[in-house]
Design a protein around this ligand. Structure first.
Ligand code: NAD
Length: 346
């Protein structure tokens, strides 16, 4: 297949690009190269005849039309987004612009292209979204595909809006869509402003390891390569118009993630005192959702997808990757906002 992947220079998009090329697909990576992007993430496929890169903004109608007409993809995998909740609290406008207006622009360009092609049934617009659209759970329960939307941050509200637009384009115009809502990802090439890389990097640099509130917020963690595998599975085997929740059935409190990483570092890069002594509790994020948990029954039973690694195995691989790739994360530390506490005020 020929895939157009938006946001392919980001964390998850780059994993999709690398895996898709490895599977023999042709990939066109469309990315605006915001602060969160890094072309090193796709350097391993950069010279492949199966790979092309287009620097473009998904909000730019002319660019989207030109790129679709030029590359003639069989499917669009839409991952481009503003993705950091803390940044969405400080500056929601950019999130509305990219995640809502950008998705609208891409949908319209896709509809025009699909129409012009004679509405091929096999075409897919695959929208990649988050479990955060479902809001916050109490101590029990899991999100299913029919859980009502209840977003609570500017980020999750903008993603919820984009999900609704994609469904509407499917219902109203017949555009062949599929959606996925995934839990928290972690793994190689994770931008150094998100929890897992912040913990690893601050630990290695001898800095405080910040934990929001009491560290009791629960997330359902999935290794990024498993997410990319799930996305390519849904794209090729998923039922038209359907949405699939993707999760690793790996619920953990933030503090448990942090102490596990500290323990892995104690083994791999021992020092005189345990890394956990650097843990510092800081003011919580306003509106911090308490618990997310995904019920992955649909993707498991209908498409036969399961994650390949446990949380412990994935964290071990991730810590090793950051130890082996210091040049990668050091180069990103100079970028705006990295290492600062963002999103403190509501
Ligand atoms: N990170 C997670 O845990 C997680 C979980 C579930 C779903 N998601 C979703 O997966 C997608 C990718 O997330 P990520 O963590 O890789 O994000 P990321 O921030 O690492 O990467 C986003 C990419 O999109 C690009 N981009 C941003 N605005 C753009 C625009 N206007 N035009 C073109 N490109 C643009 C950026 O340059 C960057 O390369 C997002 O849609 C996100 O909502 C993320």
């Amino acid at each position: 297949m020929k895939l157009l992947v938006t946001g392919g220079a980001g964390f998850i998009g780059s994993a999709v690009v690398r895996q898709a090329v490895a599977q023999g697909h042709h990939v066109v990576n469309v990315d605006k190269l915001t602060y969160a992007a890094c072309l090193d993430n796709v350097a391993s496929v950069g010279n492949s005849p199966f790979y092309a890169f287009e620097e473009a903004d998904i909000c730019d109608w002319d660019a989207m039309v030109r790129i679709l007409d030029t590359h003639q993809p069989d499917a669009i995998m839409h991952l481009a987004a503003e993705s950091h909740v803390d940044r969405s609290i400080d500056g929601p406008g950019e999130f509305i612009h990219t995640n809502v207006t950008g998705t609208y622009t891409l949908l319209e360009a896709a509809r025009r292209y699909w129409d012009a092609q004679g509405k091929p049934e096999g075409f897919r617009f695959h929208h990649i979204s988050t479990d955060e659209v479902f809001g916050s759970l109490g101590e029990t329960g899991q999100f299913t595909e029919t859980t009502p939307y209840d977003p609570r941050s500017p980020y999750s509200a903008s993603k919820a809006a984009s999900d609704h637009l994609v469904r509407a384009w499917g219902e109203t115009y017949g555009l062949p869509i599929v959606l996925t809502n995934c839990s928290n990802n972690y793994g190689p090439f994770h931008f150094p402003e998100k929890l897992v890389p912040v913990v690893i990097i601050n630990a290695l640099e001898g800095k405080d390891i910040p934990v929001y509130g009491q560290g009791v917020n629960v997330r359902d963690w999935l290794y990024v390569e498993d997410h990319a595998d799930a996305l390519l599975t849904v794209l090729q085997k998923g039922e038209l118009g359907r949405s699939y929740n993707i999760g690793g059935e790996n619920e953990a409190r933030n503090i448990d993630i942090v102490t596990t990483i500290c323990g892995i570092l104690d083994d791999k890069r021992p020092k005189s005192s345990p890394y956990a002594e650097q843990i510092t509790y800081v003011t919580d994020r306003p509106g911090h959702d308490m618990r997310y948990a995904i019920d992955p029954t649909r993707i498991a039973t209908e498409l036969g997808w399961r994650p390949s690694v446990t949380l412990e195995q994935g964290l071990e691989k991730t810590v090793q990757w950051y130890l082996d790739n210091e040049d990668w994360w050091r180069a990103l530390q100079a970028r705006s906002g990295v290492g600062e506490r963002l999103g403190k005020t509501g």
